[in-house]
Write a protein that binds this ligand. Structure first.
Ligand SMILES: [Zn+2]
Length: 158
């Protein structure tokens, strides 16, 4: 089964990238340590953090709590570690809203034509929509850029 994640505030930038890869990732910005741990245990999520205190908790030492302590302080290094340690892949990319963490729905081009910039309408064929924030996704330059960055992160550690 694909891993699900919950990210601590100190590594919060990871949330967007893990979601872009298609992984179910919670980022409860207001949550304290206890709440993060409780959610991780309750929903069987891997907790990603740079907080040593969480790693040393009893639940983590007993193996009940799955937690990855991230070594690097920068995003690229953190991404590489997560991809390597948990053997993530890009197979599920382009399937989840990076803001809301919900699965995207395929929508017909004609139904969203009025919301598309002319260039996008002319050049793209497949569109996905977030049912929560209504944001539209297509494989445009921004997406290609994100995926190639992730691809490099995966390749560097292969
Ligand atoms: Zn959304």
């Amino acid at each position: 089964m694909e891993p699900k994640f919950i990210v601590d505030l100190n590594v919060g930038r990871l949330a967007k990238w893990l979601r872009a890869m298609g992984y179910d990732t919670l980022f409860p910005e207001e949550a304290g340590d206890n709440q993060l741990v409780r959610l991780a245990l309750l929903e069987n999520r891997v907790l990603l953090t740079r907080d040593q205190g969480i790693v040393q908790r009893r639940a983590a030492r007993l193996g009940q709590l799955k937690v990855v302590w991230l070594v690097s302080t920068d995003l690229a290094g953190q991404l590489q570690q997560v991809v390597r340690d948990l053997q993530l892949n890009l197979d599920g990319g382009f399937s989840r809203c990076v803001r809301c963490n919900v699965t995207l729905d395929l929508v017909a081009k004609e139904d969203v034509a009025h919301r598309l910039p002319p260039y996008v309408y002319q050049t793209q064929t497949q569109f996905m929509e977030c049912g929560q924030c209504q944001r539209l996704y297509w494989r445009g330059t921004h997406w290609v850029h994100m995926m190639s960055k992730l691809d490099r992160a995966c390749l560097r550690i292969a």
